[in-house]
Design a protein around this ligand. Structure first.
Ligand SMILES: NC(=O)c1ccc[n+]([C@@H]2O[C@H](COP(=O)([O-])OP(=O)(O)OC[C@H]3O[C@@H](n4cnc5c(N)ncnc54)[C@H](O)[C@@H]3O)[C@@H](O)[C@H]2O)c1
Ligand SMILES: [Zn+2]
Ligand SMILES: [Zn+2]
Length: 372
């Protein structure tokens, strides 16, 4: 049975999002119908709006959804009707990356997350009888209801029964990426220095995770002093404004170089400067969305001679279910206090929430779409 829903339609940079009546398709055997309670807004939604990523417009975005399962397809085992769930990215389950539990590098990532349709080409949503691009990250959660998949839904553990879904929603993207980059991709070692460039959701998640890993010192770099103050509150031992010779100050603090640098800005010059701060065996992790034509330059002998690594990172190498539950446990234990990044907005104020994110006023806006 098709489902009527209200969804925020994105038609590009020039127009505000508008909430309109849509229809969701019948569920496939491996799909779930989720009544969305809340959804975080991420920089990646805005990168799609601005056509920096190859997702077709118009589209229903939103990829940090949480809600309550209303119905499931015949092959679903991840959750049952009535379960509280968070949604993350989707993957095929059938490629060499999925085979080693590295679904963020799924060979079929595009058709399952960014094509605007299911991987088989069928639409999950229609608007006035015409197919509407959706299935964004296997969910499109800027809507009252979303079609999610067996592979991108995580049942909220019973231990987190008291944590509201509006707080759990954003855990499946930027927070997972920053924390996973430190704990899983780079496997940051205790006692080694790390610098994080960009103290937004991803950067601050990395800083909280660096504290969990025991890195020292933990250096935050941003152009926004408010965000630097927040980074210090949440685990950074030092904070430097990028406008004020941050690389020079880091060299003074750590003359032997850094074990890890982590870039969330996607700015070439920032990444190249950060790479230049690495100690032997140092790792430079990169996650920021950048100009698709951008090329990076590194000195070859420094690269090879010091055994340095440049690492592209997607989704913090998360294996979805187990890692999200691990982060929820860190949150419950007070080691991952990401609630300090969140401000909630009613669904109708989606454009105001986006503006607050873009001005830097709010680190993690979360839309409250329905009641729990
Ligand atoms: N690779 C992935 O899997 C993945 C996942 C989620 C997000 N992302 C991307 O990661 C990036 C960060 O996401 P976010 O949600 O934290 O974004 P954000 O905009 O909240 O954070 C970026 C931060 O960089 C700061 N900044 C800007 N210029 C700077 C400079 N020159 N030096 C230092 N800091 C500077 C900004 O002030 C801001 O605080 C985005 O590009 C997003 O699209 C990637
Ligand atoms: Zn795959
Ligand atoms: Zn995201």
């Amino acid at each position: 049975m098709t489902t009527n829903a209200q969804a925020a339609i994105c038609r590009g940079h020039e127009q505000p999002f508008t909430i309109e009546q849509v229809e969701l398709a019948d569920l496939a055997p491996d799909e779930l119908l989720v009544r969305v309670v809340a959804c975080g807004i991420c920089h990646t939604d805005l990168a799609v709006r601005d056509e920096q990523l190859p997702v077709p417009l118009p589209v229903v975005l939103g990829h940090e959804g949480a809600g309550i399962v209303e119905a499931i397809g015949s092959a679903v085992t991840a959750a049952k009707p009535g379960d509280r769930v968070v949604m993350s990215f989707n993957s095929c389950g059938d490629c060499p990356s999925c085979a080693i539990d590295a679904p963020t590098y799924c060979y079929n990532f595009f058709p399952h997350n960014w094509s605007g349709k299911r991987a088989d080409g069928s639409p999950t949503m229609t608007l006035a009888g015409e197919p509407m691009n959706a299935n964004f990250f296997g969910q499109s959660s800027f809507a009252t209801h979303a079609i999610a998949h067996q592979r991108n839904v995580v049942k909220v553990p019973d231990s987190a029964a008291d944590i509201p879904l509006e707080r759990l929603a954003p855990i499946g993207c930027g927070l997972m990426t920053g924390a996973g980059a430190v704990l899983r991709s780079m496997e940051v070692r205790a006692g080694l220095p790390i610098a994080v460039f960009g103290a937004g959701t991803v950067g601050i998640a990395a800083i909280m995770a660096a504290k969990i890993a025991g890195a020292n010192p933990i250096i935050a770099v941003d152009v926004n002093d408010g965000r630097l103050a927040l980074a210090k509150e949440l685990g950074a031992t030092h904070a430097f404004n990028a406008k004020d010779d941050a690389p020079g100050k880091i060299r003074e603090l750590c003359p032997q170089g850094l074990g890890y640098v982590f870039d969330t800005t996607g700015i070439n010059s920032v990444i190249e400067d950060a790479w230049g701060l690495l100690a032997p065996k140092g790792i430079c992790g990169i996650v920021g969305a950048s100009d698709p034509s951008a090329m990076l330059k590194f000195n070859e002998s420094q690269f090879m001679g010091g055994g340095r690594t440049v690492m592209g990172i997607l989704g913090g190498d998360s294996d979805v279910g187990p890692f999200l539950c691990e982060l929820i446990e860190h949150h419950l234990a007070g080691r991952f206090p990401y609630e300090k990044l969140i401000r909630t907005f009613p669904f109708e104020q989606i454009n105001e929430a986006i503006a607050a994110s873009e001005s830097g006023e709010v680190v993690k806006p979360v839309l409250v779409i329905g009641k729990e």
